[in-house]
Design a protein around this ligand. Structure first.
Ligand code: AMP
Length: 128
């Protein structure tokens, strides 16, 4: 079972923003920038391009909805989207508020307090 499935099942805590029938949305714990969010299919599939066509399309449509809320909640130039990385073998879309290209590199990281994470999740959710 992936760490994201454990989060979806509530076995591991997360700064949850939203969920629907197919997806679970929460803040990345090691964010590139404030508001860095993950959109994860509840179905545990390792690789993006192995998703069936319907779930694949739904993933990007739902990510669009979440990105609009992030853009309202977090001051940024725009919200970037990437599916990248090798750490967790469970599909996840990274939505990252971008103010500079360094925010998109996955090298620059920001530290947030628990209170800041909680407030961000609540604020983003309030725009959904
Ligand atoms: P990657 O598979 O390389 O995209 O990396 C997985 C991403 O998930 C990284 O950005 C991690 O910071 C993030 N991540 C890993 N574990 C957790 C967790 N328990 N809660 C929130 N985000 C996580």
């Amino acid at each position: 079972m992936s760490i994201f499935t454990k989060i979806i099942k509530g076995e591991i805590p997360s700064y949850k923003i939203a969920e629907n029938e197919d997806f679970f949305v929460f803040l990345d714990i090691n964010p590139n920038a404030e508001g860095h969010t993950l959109v994860v299919p509840k179905q545990e599939v390792d690789k993006l391009f192995d998703l069936d066509d319907e779930l694949y399309a739904k993933l990007f449509n739902y990510s669009k909805t979440i990105a609009a809320a992030i853009e309202k909640a977090v001051p940024c130039n725009r919200v970037g989207l990437s599916v990248i990385g090798l750490e967790v073998p469970h599909v996840h879309v990274h939505l990252v508020p971008l103010n500079q290209m360094a925010d998109a590199t996955f090298e620059k990281k920001v530290k947030l307090t628990e209170e800041e994470f909680k407030a961000l999740a609540v604020k983003i959710a309030s725009y959904l």
